[in-house]
Design a protein around this ligand. Structure first.
Ligand code: PMP
Length: 428
């Protein structure tokens, strides 16, 4: 390893105290001491381009967020058992970004907690226990949510009432059928199988980017039929917007909106507070109000002054810096550039994505589509050696995950594409 001695020593000590469950990214792990925009700086002051982290959406250490949160930290932090005008203002502002009908907000601290609450409410409302998710979905870590997160692997069993469907990958559709028919039929079959085993449907949960499945943002158009099936069975549709929310996909603030459907419940997290833990669940009141009346839900940190200040500062920056428009523009050049660079490669099956989220599927052979995890890892590692940070996703970890902070500038796009072209020339 070419890592500096002090870093190797930290990694050794880390393993001692954190154990084997804590993985590090990259063959050559890295430690950062500061950040700005989409840039991260190590101990030596080297400038890395962050093309991976979605939490610092408006940019690492954004001065507005730093100022607002610092001021709140120095003033007071109270919880939701006290009147907080700022919480009400924030809830109204956030809910105004949703279509009519989605008009209740609950706060939590992580995406997992948001999905955990969403599923509790879905079960309470429907009286069902059955859950449908995609084959390699990730929705979080609580004991409930881990049971509908198949990507956690063999050591983490699924619940008995959980059924899996393919992600919306048009290549899985039988000749003569359509993606809409394929998705709808899978959901119908899953519901029937659940009912045969004594489970009524509680919810279909989908991540509007299908991030862990391998990033399947397009085509749209299949969701209305799917949601019809879910509703006909008495279930609810939960849109997990932890990845796709907050304008990640450019055209819309929320990923589900691209699909022309109205979810019953929406969950969000990661970018919501630009790094300060805050997540949320948005409901149709018809779905959530009975639960609210009959079940005490108090979440100590959630909705308290500091995370709410962070959330509001993020929305301020979205408006002031026209973040969504920039995602659209820079996302389009980013994806077009990646398509251009990989067009002739025998190892790139597809470039997928929208806005500032791009997936590049790396295969051993374009005809068989056999995944090539090793090659994907080589590309990720070569990029990292050139100080550009990306990662991988999908079951076979063969889809390059290119997902920068939304603060990515056109100069950042250029730097990324130049570096990616160099690596692609050698590897792809
Ligand atoms: N849902 C999706 C789609 C996610 O990507 C994640 C996090 N990777 C979660 C839920 C869980 O969020 P958290 O890590 O904040 O609990």
């Amino acid at each position: 390893s070419t890592l500096p001695a002090h870093l190797q020593e930290t990694i050794r000590r880390r393993h001692q105290v954190l154990g084997p469950g804590y993985m590090l990214m990259y063959r050559e792990p890295v430690e950062f001491v500061s950040g700005q925009g989409a840039h991260l700086f190590d101990h030596e002051g080297n400038d890395y381009l962050d093309v991976y982290n979605n939490v610092p959406c408006v940019g690492h250490a954004h001065p507005r967020v730093v100022e607002v949160v610092s001021r709140q930290l120095a003033a007071v932090n109270t919880n939701t058992r006290y009147v907080q005008e700022a919480l009400v203002d924030y809830a109204e502002r956030l809910l105004a970004t949703f279509p009519a009908g989605l008009s209740r907000l609950s706060l939590a601290c992580s995406g997992s907690e948001a999905n955990d609450l969403a599923m509790r409410v879905a079960k309470y409302h429907t009286g069902g226990e059955g859950i449908i998710v995609t084959r390699w979905a990730y929705h979080g870590i609580t004991s409930e949510v881990s049971r509908f997160s198949p990507s956690l692997g063999k050591g983490s069993p699924l619940g008995p009432g959980v059924r899996l469907i393919d992600p919306p990958d048009p290549r899985l559709v039988a000749p003569g059928s359509t993606l809409a028919e394929h998705m709808r039929a899978q959901v119908r079959d899953a519901i029937e199988d659940l009912e045969r085993h004594g489970f009524r449907l509680a919810a279909l949960v989908t991540d509007s980017t299908y991030s862990s499945d391998g990033i399947f943002t397009d085509p749209v158009g299949y969701m209305p039929g799917v949601v019809e099936e879910v509703h006909a069975a008495g279930g609810v549709y939960i849109a997990d917007e932890v990845q796709s929310g907050f304008a990640r996909l450019g055209e819309e603030m929320w990923g589900f909106a691209r699909h022309g459907v109205l979810p019953d419940i929406v969950t969000m997290g990661k970018p919501m507070g630009n790094g300060v833990p805050i997540s949320g669940v948005v409901f149709r009141p018809e779905v959530s109000d009975d639960f609210g009346r009959n079940v005490r839900y108090f979440n100590t940190f959630a909705g308290s002054s500091i995370p709410v200040a962070a959330g509001a500062a993020v929305l301020d920056v979205f408006e002031e810096e026209n973040v969504q428009q920039r995602v659209l523009e820079n996302g389009t050049t980013l994806r077009a550039g990646i398509e251009e660079i990989t067009r002739e490669s025998p190892y790139v099956a597809e470039v997928r994505g929208r806005g500032l989220y791009v997936g590049v599927e790396i295969v051993a052979d374009r005809d068989t589509l056999a995944p090539d995890r090793g090659l994907a890892e080589d590309v990720i590692s070569d990029m990292r050696d050139r100080r550009v940070l990306i990662s991988g996703t999908a079951k076979a970890a063969n889809v390059l995950k290119i997902r920068p902070p939304l603060a990515f500038t056109s100069a950042d796009v250029t730097r990324f594409l130049e570096t990616f072209a160099e690596v692609a020339k050698e590897r792809l």
